[in-house]
Design a protein around this ligand. Structure first.
Ligand code: SF4
Length: 475
């Protein structure tokens, strides 16, 4: 998963640097492995990309270079790697210069037939440096535009959408133009709007959280929008949107920021999670329990759960915000160590209560939850309470995850997914929970129906029924 952001302006405004940086910070949660940027003043371009957070990569020196060019177009990406490595070459945006000009591209999402796309491009003589989705898309679009369409990038993007199944919300730029595009299923969100006189865009509406910014709308599935530095804007519905969209339901469940809106519905993601918590309480109540959120992923659902049942909500688990999201760290040993580094337990609470219901958004491998339960029981012992006296009920605000994602969320392969390989009682035993229960798919759809037709959401990781062809992942 990644965040893309940027702008296209008729005139250079020095305050754009601050707004652009703010957009990057506001989309940092979508990717913490790389940050990169390409920018142009209409005549010259510059670029940088590296490992690290926005604050580590967008250094004073680079900000000075950025300001010196006075760019009227800029595109950027906060990345976590689902294809390719985390080295600077694999980071986005990708760029290249052809005889007729300069091109750069960044995308959010994955191509489920990536290997096949790479083989086809290489067979046609294209050289790939990284082989990740953003580079494949850039080169495929340029090849289609130049070989058959006189360099027309809209035609190149149309060809992409007609021939390439997958999830891609992207931004492509030349020296003077910016192209926003979104796959016909609309898997990943992408919005555009205004900031002062500039057109701006971002993967979530939190990228527009600035006094002078206003959202216009989402880029529609199958649409290409072209902006240029002379103030022109064109809309091209290059392919019809699919009758039922496949908006990733994991965005509002887990990935998006709670203060972003739920796709085109103006309601916020936090309210989606709150409703899921209420539904979870309705389906799987634990009477007389203390409700404990897993910070921060389970917080809104825990409030919903506690509200629905009139139960007290307490903070038992404290999260160190300076440790990265474990979901985005590869390697099981590191993951386990990080969970213990990341969380601590409020022992004093454990002296007072005996029955807890711990709420989280989802359970992937179950590693985090197993360690949290161990830590709660260890904390009880430290507090002088026998661990067997403590009840730890686990409630999850999404259905069991049974299939890996081919559309941009880095879920592990199926054999590593707890619910793909084990029954719910088996998982409960393996994590040492007193009980374990999930929101049902019907419950999830009931909540989703308050925001859109549930048929417009992708559910593939819960059903293992995929809306596009894919090459099965083995790692
Ligand atoms: Fe989202 Fe799951 Fe579909 Fe991937 S498979 S796009 S995580 S709903």
């Amino acid at each position: 998963m990644c965040g893309i952001l940027g702008y296209c302006a008729e005139t250079w405004d020095p305050a754009l640097v601050k707004f652009f940086g703010l957009q990057g910070f506001n989309l940092q949660h979508r990717g913490q492995e790389n940050f990169g940027c390409t920018f142009s003043n209409g005549k010259k371009f510059n670029h940088f990309k590296d490992k690290g957070l926005v604050s580590q990569v967008f250094t004073k020196e680079r900000r000075d270079d950025f300001k010196a060019l006075q760019p009227q177009i800029a595109i950027a990406q906060t990345r976590y790697a689902t294809a390719g490595g985390t080295d600077a070459i694999s980071a986005q945006p990708h760029w290249l210069t052809l005889l007729d000009g300069f091109y750069s591209n960044a995308t959010n999402g994955d191509l489920p037939l990536l290997q096949k796309e790479i083989e086809e491009l290489e067979a046609s003589g294209t050289i790939l440096l990284s082989g990740n989705d953003g580079e494949v898309i850039l080169k495929k679009v340029l090849q289609a535009a130049h070989k058959h369409n006189g360099g027309d990038l809209v035609a190149g993007l149309k060809y992409l959408m007609e021939t390439t199944p997958g999830a891609y919300s992207g931004c492509l730029m030349t020296l003077t133009q910016l192209y926003l595009y979104r796959d016909p299923f609309g898997f990943r969100p992408l919005y555009y709007g205004r900031w002062r006189d500039a057109w701006v865009f971002g993967s979530e509406t939190c990228a527009f959280h600035e006094r002078e910014a206003a959202i216009e709308r989402e880029v529609y599935p199958g649409e290409v929008i072209v902006f240029d530095i002379h103030g022109n804007k064109e809309h091209h519905q290059v392919v019809p949107p699919k009758p039922h969209r496949q908006k990733c339901i994991f965005e509002p469940i887990y990935f998006a920021r709670p203060d972003s809106q739920v796709y085109e519905n103006p309601a916020e993601v936090g309210s989606f999670r709150f409703q899921l918590g209420k539904r979870l309480a309705h389906e799987h109540p634990v009477p007389d329990a203390i409700v404990i959120p897993v910070p921060d992923s389970g917080r809104f659902a825990a409030v919903g759960y506690a509200t629905e049942l009139g139960l007290p909500l307490r903070e038992l688990l404290i999260r160190n915000p300076y440790i990265p999201r474990t979901f985005q760290i590869a390697g099981q040993a590191t993951r386990e160590d990080l969970v213990r580094l990341k969380f601590t337990v409020m022992t004093s609470l454990l002296r007072r209560y005996r029955r807890y219901v711990v709420i989280d958004d989802s359970l992937v491998r179950s590693t985090t939850m197993r360690i949290l339960i161990d830590m709660i029981r260890e904390g009880a012992e430290k507090a002088g309470v026998a661990p067997k006296e403590i009840e730890v009920h686990i409630r999850l605000a999404s259905p069991p995850i049974k299939g890996c994602c081919y559309y941009g969320i880095d879920t592990p392969v199926s054999k590593e997914l707890a619910a793909a390989a084990h029954s719910i009682p088996e998982i409960a035993r393996s994590i040492n929970a007193t009980s374990l229960a999930y929101v049902s798919i019907e419950g999830l759809d009931e909540v989703a129906s308050k925001f859109d037709d549930p048929k417009n959401f992708c559910h593939a990781c819960f059903t293992a029924v995929y809306p596009t062809p894919f090459i099965p992942r083995t790692r």
